[in-house]
Design a protein around this ligand. Structure first.
Ligand SMILES: Nc1ncnc2c1ncn2[C@@H]1O[C@H](COP(=O)(O)OP(=O)(O)O)[C@@H](O)[C@H]1O
Ligand SMILES: [Mg+2]
Length: 179
């Protein structure tokens, strides 16, 4: 894994970063045994949901991408031509985490909605907000993207690129995008 920190000066750049990374990571054959899983880390209002919204056109998602805060999970059909990925799952575990005293219960809750099937399925792209402390996720390969607020419009985005050729290519493309 390689860490890289970027400054996104506006929403458009955050969307572009999301598209650029996903485009490469979707080619990563190392994910063939599981879903492509990204944990989005950061305080409320930093842009985790905005990051996922940036993928709507790129993945040819027809419905509006809305925050899953109140429903825990939203799922969208991916209509992108020739894509091996068919569904985008977007979790927001904030309410679950804040209703539980320890993570064991969260694991039970998540098992109850057969979340493992979602994570095990290689045709899924999965974004998880507030998923960094969920023990069940430890057994998966995960890309972590952390967003911090610099000011009203600027965000510091730290990406934990996988050490694969797709990860390296994604890194060089995002590097170029921001220079
Ligand atoms: N550079 C930026 N990148 C992402 N979001 C930004 C940026 N600048 C301003 N914003 C705004 O910050 C807010 C982020 O909200 P949201 O994505 O729902 O946060 P979270 O999901 O992290 O709680 C949105 O209103 C978005 O328009
Ligand atoms: Mg959100």
């Amino acid at each position: 894994m390689e860490f890289k920190k970027y400054i996104s000066k506006n929403i458009k750049t955050t969307h572009k970063i999301a598209q650029t990374i996903l485009e490469e990571l979707m080619l990563d054959i190392n994910h063939a045994q599981q879903a492509l899983i990204v944990i989005l880390k950061g305080e409320l209002g930093t842009g985790k949901t905005e990051f996922v919204k940036g993928l709507k056109d790129f993945l040819n998602i027809k419905s509006n991408v809305l925050s899953p805060t109140f429903v825990v999970m939203k799922v969208y059909d991916i209509n992108k031509n020739n894509s091996v990925f068919k569904k985008l799952y977007h979790f927001d575990l904030y309410r679950l985490i804040n209703n539980q005293t320890h993570n064991l219960n969260i694991d039970n809750d998540l098992a109850n909605i057969s979340i493992q099937d979602v994570f095990n399925n290689p045709s899924n792209i999965v974004f998880v907000e507030w998923g960094e402390d969920i023990p069940m996720l430890n057994k998966y390969k995960i890309i972590t993207i952390e967003i911090k607020m610099a000011n009203e419009r600027e965000r510091k985005i730290t990406i934990n690129y996988p050490n694969t050729s797709a990860g390296k290519k994604a890194k060089s493309k995002v590097d170029k995008l921001l220079t």
